[in-house]
Design a binder for this molecule. Structure first.
Ligand SMILES: *[C@@H]1O[C@H](CO)[C@@H](O)[C@H](O)[C@H]1NC(C)=O
Ligand SMILES: *[C@@H]1O[C@H](CO)[C@@H](O)[C@H](O)[C@H]1NC(C)=O
Ligand SMILES: *[C@@H]1O[C@H](CO)[C@@H](O)[C@H](O)[C@H]1NC(C)=O
Ligand SMILES: *[C@@H]1O[C@H](CO)[C@@H](O)[C@H](O)[C@H]1NC(C)=O
Length: 487
């Protein structure tokens, strides 16, 4: 009993901070390790109602291989790691550590009584363009390799999957690659066993998109896909239809233009049918090209209007998603504005008609040109703080003006990185990654900070080196959120 309580206590200590969903934060599992399941999917286990998250596992510095990791959760927030669901095998033709094992999706097959994992199987040159299949008797695996095949003889790159909740039929959704005679997206029905593809349901002809996912609502299907800009984010689009075979609508953007889908790429979406409402969750990846394993996740509710036939991602810095009721509750925080902050050195407040109170702080650089928010109220426990910033570098040195963020002469560089210091404690400098936004576009990014109890805290923001200077992004405001319940 005592050991059980101790175990519970220690697991509470490491996981208690994970009750709320904080898009773009550094998410950790119940062991305190970074959540490492990129370009993945979440499958709901029917008997238990547990959420199982599968995704690409990357060791530090790794690009290919890595296998597929698996986590389980009751609430979509507290994730327990179960190791690798699909482990690479040395010298294996399709799942060696050098192979591409991307975008896994897992579904239960009534016919075989097994869980089927499908993914984009390839070599490191993307010359095979196959779909891999591995199966397991239990959802958590380990999965055993079955085959890697060409879907109906064609090519298959970025892989998605959909099971229609009304008739139970499962479909594969895949781009057929970058070759000139490819560049389509296919939606193809599986056979009843989900062991091979059966018949093409729809083809998005020459749209040249990738990272597809379909979310099904009561009346509609929305197919979300990104453009092809590698690991750099772009404006994700959606198509709508009444039926999977179409006709499909014109594509439209799902987030405010130039936010590049809140700096994320599509890849998966989840329908959460609660007792009070159904929530549609967008599950995107925020890739970190310098360091893929550290890439983060942007999970956001989607606002869908069936009458207007629209779908929009709903940004929240911090929100509660009750998976029982299906209700999303944004958490309220306290804002501290740049216009009221103190600046030092060459940092200064500048007119910005797109910012709150028409003011943004710019010229933040190194240790000497900083902005300090004073009188910040804290709880004496770790709490989320969101930094609202603008990074205008996109048009600067990019080789494709306007299209490719965070690049210097064609090379991906995170151009603005800030230092964050609480109460002048230079011993503990927090790193704030401020990815490209666009001119006039303000986005936010979170850090977990420990503030003292009371309202005498200061938060100072300067610039850290990006390897080519120490400029921070421009700051509009910060929002300080209450600590999560039970912390
Ligand atoms: C794949 O499909 C495209 C059309 O979508 C076609 O042009 C191409 O020849 C096909 N490739 C193969 C290998 O069947
Ligand atoms: C979800 O909502 C129900 C109904 O309000 C409540 O009883 C339950 O405690 C909530 N779950 C969590 C994890 O907060
Ligand atoms: C980019 O490359 C060009 C041509 O090599 C060079 O003139 C320019 O200085 C470079 N700019 C940056 C920011 O590196
Ligand atoms: C930063 O970029 C400039 C322009 O390309 C270059 O001349 C300089 O050497 C770079 N500095 C560092 C530290 O890389």
């Amino acid at each position: 009993m005592l050991t059980l309580q101790l175990a519970l206590l220690s697991s509470l200590c490491t996981t208690a901070l994970a009750r709320w969903i904080v898009p773009g934060a550094r998410w950790t599992d119940t062991d305190g390790q970074i959540a490492n399941a990129h370009a993945g999917c979440v499958t709901i286990e029917e008997d238990t109602g547990l959420f199982w998250w599968f995704g690409e596992y990357k060791a530090e510095g790794q690009v290919e291989g890595g296998g597929i990791s698996v986590y389980s959760s009751e609430d979509l927030v507290t994730w327990q790691h179960h190791g690798l669901a699909l482990e690479p095998i040395e010298n294996h033709e399709y799942i060696s550590p050098e192979a591409v094992i991307q975008r896994p999706k897992v579904v239960y097959s009534e016919a075989t009584g097994k869980y089927h994992m499908w993914w984009h199987a390839d070599d490191s040159k993307y010359s095979l363009l196959l779909q891999g299949l591995a199966t397991s008797d239990t959802i958590g695996g380990p999965y055993e390799f079955v085959s890697a095949t060409a879907p109906l003889g064609n090519w298959s790159q970025d892989f998605g999957m959909l099971t229609d909740y009304k008739d139970g039929k499962t479909y594969a959704l895949y781009s057929n690659g970058d070759r000139v005679d490819a560049r389509d997206i296919y939606l193809t029905a599986f056979n009843d066993d989900i062991t091979e593809l059966d018949v093409v349901t729809h083809r998005w002809d020459k749209f040249d998109l990738e990272a597809p996912t379909i979310i099904q609502t009561k009346q509609s299907y929305f197919a979300l896909m990104s453009h092809k800009t590698g690991y750099r984010p772009n404006n994700v689009v959606a198509f709508r239809a009444d039926s999977l075979s179409g006709p499909w609508s014109q594509p439209f953007m799902v987030a405010p233009p130039n936010t590049r889908t809140f700096n994320s790429q599509s890849g998966f979406s989840l329908r959460i049918e609660g007792t009070e409402t159904t929530t549609y969750l967008y599950m995107g990846d925020q890739w970190d090209q310098r360091s893929l394993w550290e890439s983060r996740y942007i999970w956001l509710p989607m606002r869908i209007n069936e009458e207007k036939k629209t779908l929009e991602l709903e940004w929240h810095d911090v929100y509660d998603l009750n998976v029982t009721t299906g209700i999303v509750s944004p958490i309220e925080g306290t804002a501290y504005y740049g216009k009221d902050a103190t600046v030092s050195g060459d940092a200064f407040k500048q007119e910005a008609n797109f910012a709150d109170y028409g003011t943004i702080v710019t010229g933040i650089e190194g240790n000497d040109n900083t902005v300090t928010f004073a009188g910040v109220k804290g709880a004496g426990r770790p709490q989320w703080v969101s930094f609202y910033y603008q990074n205008t570098d996109d048009m600067g040195f990019g080789d494709q003006p306007g299209g490719t963020p965070d690049r210097i002469n064609g090379t991906w560089v995170l151009r603005r990185i800030s230092s964050v210091v609480v109460n002048g404690n230079e011993e503990e400098v927090h790193t704030l990654y401020e990815r490209d936004t666009h001119k006039g576009v303000i986005l936010s990014t979170p850090l977990l900070l420990s503030l003292n109890e009371g309202d005498a805290n200061t938060i100072t923001v300067g610039g850290l080196s990006n390897g080519n200077g120490t400029k921070g992004a421009d700051l509009e405001k910060i929002i300080v959120y209450p600590p999560e319940p039970g912390v």
